[in-house]
Design a protein around this ligand. Structure first.
Ligand SMILES: *[C@@H]1O[C@H](CO)[C@@H](O)[C@H](O)[C@H]1NC(C)=O
Ligand SMILES: *[C@@H]1O[C@H](CO)[C@@H](O)[C@H](O)[C@H]1NC(C)=O
Length: 496
């Protein structure tokens, strides 16, 4: 025999409205009661605040015109209780009325950066179109930075200067280390061509001063036609002053037009062919330094630098905002006290150092690739000082420089590191990355499409765009192919 079920009682809409009104009334009465005890000014402020808050709340309370919204409370918190710089775009005015967060946020640019730069060859209109579409989808402004074509003659001129500076460097390093000249070389992380110190850092014991750096570099003896007033400049200063003078660096020519750059700069101490320097490596180095110079020229507080073949996490604005607020900043001024943050990286084990105040953030270990990284103005200045030192400029892949600085920094005596934390670079890595290489077309820099793997995103902006325009196909869909797994997600201890 069936027991008749008790029908559950639901409030009719009119009753719910009455209930809401009653709650509102009781709160107002309470506020009024409190106000009577306080002074008149304070009462007015309180009453106004309560009325404002009720006005906000009433929007989310069940009403006769709207059915109860199960997400109302979540939406309310979303609009009112976001942590500072959460990147939440919802209800900014509501939030401004209800919190006393600083208003620096409104002065911020795309994704909270002063600028987002995209490094790209002017001839790659296809890549520029794709990047504009991604920017449109993320609702950000991007600024293209022109990369140099690797076949331009000035790239070969640079290669000749690198060969000369390497010879001087060999002398300095062999002398400082007490080893034969033939022992200097190699292009892995920590490379002799990149380290800022000629001596053996592991043998350095001072707890107060950094090891001695290289001596002043001899001036470049330019051809008289190019050298008006530039006699005191080293070769990089010469190159940069021509670049600043309206792109006159493109007039630089190597001594021989058919110079074989790869042969000239071949390093016998490097056993991996992929690490050897060639025109593409030099032109990428050139491009990245142009982007960093732009950061300083524009007076950016922070900037994001992207290569033109990337895919970006759909929620990047919010994720980055939640990360940036955890990165070190000056307690008094609020200015950032970090140099670089790798939103994208490859080949590294970037989770090897402890998590840093955020589940996705670690201090960098050896982050390779520069397809998506953030810099502060301090970071851009520091990096350029290393990248454009005549002792090391263009002498390796540009993405070897930061991992090498970090590697050398880690070798400094612990007492020195305590007294002067991160004297070369303060770098963070986001794990897993928020920016990955797309790997869907031939690379400008490597033969073929580079390595077979590409990173994976939780929610790919490119996937959304491709699904929208109908070009999403199976080969883009997730398939588990071990050979295509990003090595950054596998355990790799120590420098590669
Ligand atoms: C955010 O603020 C801007 C400028 O104050 C305003 O135009 C816009 O409507 C606000 N957006 C929302 C969702 O309130
Ligand atoms: C550097 O110094 C360390 C510690 O003194 C020593 O073990 C190492 O062999 C040195 N390396 C070179 C290349 O001289």
């Amino acid at each position: 025999m069936a027991v008749p079920r008790q029908p559950s009682w639901t409030a009719p809409p009119r009753f719910r409205l009455a209930l809401a009104a009653l709650v509102a009334l009781s709160l107002l009465v309470l506020v009024a009661q409190l106000a009577r005890d306080a002074d008149a000014d304070r009462a007015t402020t309180l009453r106004q605040a309560a009325a404002d808050r009720l006005a906000q709340l009433s929007h989310y309370l069940p009403s006769s015109s709207r059915d109860s919204d199960p997400l109302a409370y979540r939406r309310f918190l979303e609009r009112t209780a976001a942590p500072p710089h959460s990147g939440s775009t919802a209800g900014n005015s509501t939030r401004a009325a209800l919190t006393d967060d600083d208003d620096r946020e409104t002065e911020r640019g795309p994704l909270g950066f002063s600028h987002v730069y995209v490094l790209s060859l002017p001839s790659r209109t296809d890549r520029r179109r794709d990047m504009r579409q991604i920017a449109h989808a993320l609702d950000i402004d991007i600024e293209f930075v022109d990369a140099a074509n690797k076949d331009e003659p000035f790239i070969k001129w640079i290669a000749e200067r690198v060969a000369e500076s390497r010879e001087l460097r060999r002398d300095e390093m062999a002398k400082a280390r007490g080893v034969p000249r033939s022992r200097i070389g190699g292009l892995k992380i920590g490379s002799d061509w990149v380290t800022p110190f000629p001596g053996n850092v592991s043998a350095w014991t001072s707890s107060t001063a950094l090891p001695p750096s290289f001596p002043p570099f001899p001036p470049y003896e330019a051809a008289p036609s190019l050298a008006k007033g530039t006699r005191k400049q080293n070769w990089v200063q010469h190159l940069e002053s021509l670049h600043s003078a309206g792109g006159r660096h493109t007039s630089l020519r190597p001594s021989r037009a058919d110079l074989d750059v790869a042969a000239l700069l071949f390093d016998k101490r490097e056993h991996l062919a992929v690490r050897q320097v060639h025109e593409g490596i030099i032109s990428t180095f050139w491009g990245q330094t142009r982007a960093l110079k732009r950061v300083l020229e524009n007076g950016d507080r922070t900037a994001l630098i992207l290569e033109d073949d990337v895919d970006v996490e759909w929620d990047v604005a919010r994720l980055w905002a939640s990360i940036e607020r955890r990165l070190p900043r000056d307690a008094a001024t609020g200015e950032p006290e970090w140099d670089v943050a790798f939103l994208g990286h490859c080949w590294g084990g970037e989770y090897q150092k402890p998590q840093y105040l955020h589940p996705l953030v670690h201090r960098s270990t050896g982050p390779m690739c520069l397809h998506g990284y953030a810099v502060t103005s301090r970071g851009a200045r520091r990096l350029l000082a290393h990248l454009l030192s005549p002792w090391s400029a263009f002498s390796s892949a540009v993405d070897l420089v930061i991992p090498t600085l970090l590697h050398v920094q880690d070798q400094l005596p612990a007492a020195l590191a305590r007294a002067h934390p991160h004297p070369l670079a303060s770098s963070f890595s986001i794990v897993p990355p928020l920016v990955v290489q797309r790997k869907d077309g031939p690379s400008d820099l490597q033969t073929g499409t580079g390595s077979p793997w590409r990173g994976v995103l939780r929610d790919s902006t490119v996937e959304r765009i491709k699904r929208d325009d109908g070009s999403w196909t199976d080969d883009w869909d997730d398939q588990y192919v071990p050979g295509r797994i990003d090595p950054a997600t596998q355990i790799r201890c120590g420098p590669v």
